[in-house]
Design a protein around this ligand. Structure first.
Ligand SMILES: [Zn+2]
Length: 380
């Protein structure tokens, strides 16, 4: 079989998060916690170490650190290193062109600021604006739905001039991707309910008619500016209702002719809905599919399977690499290694089957890892 060597292609990591300022972990279980989406305490303690992802991570890290491929040895070797220096070594080894950072989580006070993150990795770093965080702030500052909508509209005036390369929505986590248009009185009721809940101490925006209504304000703005909007889709922690995380629920948004100027990026290969996401990228001109190799935390075979599925249905010009790395630099690093390797193998298979010529496959690999994102987000 043809094997493509993409190891020297720098990646644009089109969706990731910051890493903790403090990279010290008091014990193995707390470090393991960075490699699961489960918040159940027994998972990190008893089960994470047996996942395919974690086995591959510890073995690959052992090779990098020059220690035994055992969890204890890897954790000890990692803990000996100065946190930032260790992060810098991993990020440089990952050969990153640019990091696009979702600044909505973890809270900015806990993570390396975006420019410092780039400096540490010897790469570019650009922030993205999480819509729900902005909405919650504006809801706290306004006492009517109309006022909040106008404030949101104003806050999203010229997103790029404010330094953001994209918007991000976690509607899938909050109220589902079936983002609807609500009668005004229902949206007003929802606003009042939000205010009551906020006064009682919970300012979390989980009020569907209100969130949907505000999202439409944001989409209109994004469409006019042709600013990409990233949607969390599929795999996440137990907070997300995976039934409502199916990208097919976005039809109501995708069918709006006035939103066609808004590039829609479906994150995390929509796992496990990769085929559905790939279908949308094949049918709607403005839909792109993100291929994330850090999180979801998968075994090699499963990464190869979703990559084949994506390449099999979506145009290669619509696919973009990411890590969804968060908290620790190990995720940003191993994702870059795995992404190049998996993509090289899946494209190599297409060459073997004479679906692609070798130079075409090489170009597709470079585009998915780097060039498609540079173009879509207007980097440099
Ligand atoms: Zn993310």
């Amino acid at each position: 079989m043809e094997k493509l060597d993409l190891t020297s292609v720098p990646v644009v990591d089109n969706h990731c998060h910051g890493i903790f300022l403090d990279q010290g972990f008091e014990d193995i279980a707390s470090w393991r916690g960075a490699f699961t989406e489960s918040t159940d305490p027994g998972m990190a303690r008893d089960h994470v170490a047996t996942t395919a992802f974690y086995r591959r991570l510890t073995r690959t890290l052992a090779g990098f650190l020059g220690c035994e491929p055992e969890e204890q040895a890897v954790f000890a070797a990692r803990s000996e290193k100065e946190g930032r220096e260790f992060a810098a070594t991993l990020l440089h080894a990952a050969n990153i062109d640019t990091l696009l950072v979702d600044t909505g989580f973890p809270p900015p006070r806990d993570v390396l600021p975006v420019p410092d993150f780039g400096k540490l990795g010897g790469c570019g770093a650009e922030p993205m604006l999480r819509l729900e965080v902005l909405m919650e702030r504006l809801l706290g500052e306004n006492d009517s739905l109309t006022g909040t909508g106008e404030a949101l509209d104003a806050a999203l005036d010229d997103v790029r001039a404010q330094g953001y390369v994209a918007l991000k929505s976690i509607a899938a986590y909050r109220t589902g991707l079936d983002i609807r248009e609500w009668p005004r009185d229902e949206a007003e009721d929802s606003f009042r309910e939000y205010k009551r809940d906020a006064e009682a101490g919970s300012a979390r925006l989980v009020h569907k008619p209100l969130l949907d209504t505000l999202l439409h304000v944001a989409f209109a703005r994004a469409a006019r500016q042709e600013v990409p909007v990233q949607f969390h889709v599929g795999y996440g922690d137990a907070d997300t209702d995976m039934l409502l995380g199916n990208p097919l629920y976005l039809r109501g948004v995708l069918q709006r002719p006035d939103y066609r100027g808004m590039p829609v990026v479906l994150l995390h290969e929509c796992y496990p809905y990769t085929r559905q996401g790939g279908y949308l990228a094949a049918v709607y001109e403005n839909v792109y599919l993100d291929l994330s190799y850090g999180i979801p935390l998968l075994g090699y075979g499963e990464m190869l399977a979703f990559t084949r599925a994506a390449l099999g249905v979506a145009p290669a010009s619509k696919l973009m690499y990411s890590s969804d790395g968060i908290v620790v630099p190990e995720l940003h690093w191993i994702s870059a290694l795995d992404g190049r390797r998996v993509l090289g193998e899946a494209l190599g298979e297409m060459v073997s089957r004479a679906e692609l010529a070798l130079p075409e496959a090489e170009t597709a690999g470079e585009n998915i890892l780097r060039t498609n994102a540079r173009r879509l987000y207007g980097l440099g």
